[in-house]
Design a protein around this ligand. Sequence first.
Ligand code: ADP
Length: 311
Amino acid sequence: EQMNEEEKRKYKLGEGTYAIVFLGHLRANPAELVAIKKIKMQKEYTEGMPPDAVRELKHLQELHHPNIISLQSVFSSKDQNVNLVLEYLPLGDLEMLIRDTTNVHYGAADIKAWMGMLVRAIWFCHENFVLHRDIKPNNLLIAADGEVKLADFGLARGFGDIHSYMTSNVITRWYRPPELLFGAKHYGGAVDIWSVGTVFAELIKRAPFMPGNNELDQIKLICDAIGTPTDDNWPGVTTLPEYTVPTQNPVRGKDFYMYQFGTVGPDGVDLLIRTLALNPKKRITAREMLSHPWWHAEPKPTRKEDLPRKD
Ligand code: ADP
């Protein structure tokens, strides 16, 4: 499974903050395409591997699930770089589908299928005590058979140790829950669930639900769209280190969501509301999401091979 430089430099698939991704293939089986994620070595980490790469490796090695990108092997190249060999997912990501409103048409059954795959991925992470911490449409990659796979575990970490300090500077702003915006240092799976809710809303609206320009603006958008977090709806919130709210808005009722998101039906809207509970303790869990009535309501989720795709 060793790969040489020429083989992997063929074709660049993309570039992220800490890695460049190339298309490659296995020497043992040249027909099998893989994505090679070459971790950029920063000067600060001349000793050992960059922490993002260590996290991605550690968590992906442990998680084997159809809706989580699979890590096939790891190798280091001559230049001391760490390279992750990942399954190649050729059909882009959910963000591309959401944005391409001229060519891509989808409805409630398709959203249900994509959401089902996302929720199963998150459920599996949480069952294994891994927080993803960067769920967003652009990290949901699409396999040749239409299966959605959660990728980019660079910000993932284990949880369960309530005594350990955790950084609140995670999750892309638009998908970031209020507890992180308020600087909570202890948090759990609920942070990912909020992101799942914002992705759900974005799939329906075909535009980011709460696209804040900065952290304060993000808090304002949450107060306007969902309601202002207060000690009444979230006991203790005002004691969080960076608690600050611009307005005092009541928590929105079901009618407000039905008006904006009614295309997924009352059960879909009920599920959406539960994922966007301000108080993380009241937010639905991944396991509870899986037994929600929406999955069995009409319409049935689209079969993965029939899902809309980019051309
Ligand atoms: P990010 O852009 O979130 O930092 P990555 O660093 O993981 O993401 O990857 C950069 C880009 O490379 C992605 O946006 C995607 O277009 C592409 N890419 C990553 N992994 C794969 C894969 N397994 N198969 C196909 N393309 C991929």
